[in-house]
Design a protein. Structure first.
Length: 180
């Protein structure tokens, strides 16, 4: 599959088969993310791959909200990749202050998308989530106090191989050449 086919195939998957995800595939996803660019090569990320079914089932309720009905699909997810923010290097921190930018969070977003593309290429589905109970997750996963969980990626074998039509703005609405 070429790159544009891969991008077309990648979508937020919210229905997974009850099949464990092979550790090797999770490692491949993290290896792809490890090679991502980052501001001043700061690599401000740490990853926890969850492939233990019991732990995945403990994580699931910490991603949901009963009132808003958010992330209920995680009840059937057997694997996750947790992305925590590591301290950026001095160059990246100073550059971010001078330019009023959050380079570490941008870098983590790049890594998350790379994980999703690597998973898709291996026949896995993913869903990036930013809704979670951080304190409880940090306790459960023994994440040190100073670290922040930034994103969680549900990962598994999709129930369906069909790709949904993407609802996106037309390119004419978002692309500008040479000036706005």
């Amino acid at each position: 599959m070429n790159f544009m086919e891969l991008v077309q195939k990648r979508e937020s998957c919210r229905a997974y088969k009850d099949i464990p995800v092979e550790r090797e595939k999770l490692v491949n996803c993290i290896e792809a993310a490890r090679l991502c660019p980052s501001a001043c090569n700061s690599q401000p990320w740490g990853f926890i791959a969850i492939d233990d079914i019991k732990t995945a089932k403990e994580i699931s309720p910490l991603l949901q909200d009963a009132v808003l009905q958010i992330n209920r699909f995680t009840r059937n997810c057997n694997a996750y990749i947790i992305i925590a923010e590591e301290s950026a290097n001095l160059s990246s921190k100073l550059g971010g202050k001078f330019k009023d930018q959050e380079f570490a969070q941008t870098d983590i977003g790049i890594a998350a998308q790379t994980i999703c593309l690597a998973a898709t290429e291996q026949g896995l589905g993913t869903c990036i989530m930013g809704w979670f109970e951080e304190k409880k997750l940090k306790s459960l996963l023994k994440i040190p106090r100073g670290k922040r969980i930034r994103l969680i990626i549900a990962i598994g074998y999709p129930e369906s191989d069909a790709t949904r039509a993407k609802m996106r703005k037309p390119i004419e609405e978002i692309l500008h050449f040479n000036q706005w």
